[in-house]
Design a protein around this ligand. Sequence first.
Ligand code: FE2
Length: 167
Amino acid sequence: MSYSLEDLALDIKNTLETHGIEKGSSTICYYVKKALMDQNFIPTHLPDRKEGELEREVLYEDKDYGFCICGHVYPKMAEGHPHDHGPSWAIYGQATGETEMTDWEIVKKENDITTVKPNKTYLMKPGDVHFYNIGAVHSPMRKDPVRLLRIEGENLDNVKRSKIKAL
Ligand SMILES: [Fe+2]
């Protein structure tokens, strides 16, 4: 049986309700992977973007917990700078293509600026899922077109991110 957007939303919601994000993150990662592996999920919800459309689309926003399921489609190379998601956690699930992700270590926080240095770099391949806790600094590098699912703890349209300085 196929795994639908509604199934994913309900599984995330139930996990948050039962365990919270700290204890439930690996379970949510499992459900995101399940969606990535479903043969209909990605073709249905992460179609090619038309001219002028945004790369990120909010597919589902939960009215009780505030988390969002987003589809990201990058048609060409995209390099992200080191960033966090302000007060929100996030889960990245690679659907197609590859992302070279770097995790950054926080060296100091001073005068509203977070200074970071690179910690480790790893390749995310289709089916790979990673949890980024609140405050985790990371930077994605995508050399070719990619599609990914991103679960945001709260809608990132509305959050203020830290100012980051990379060493
Ligand atoms: Fe991010």
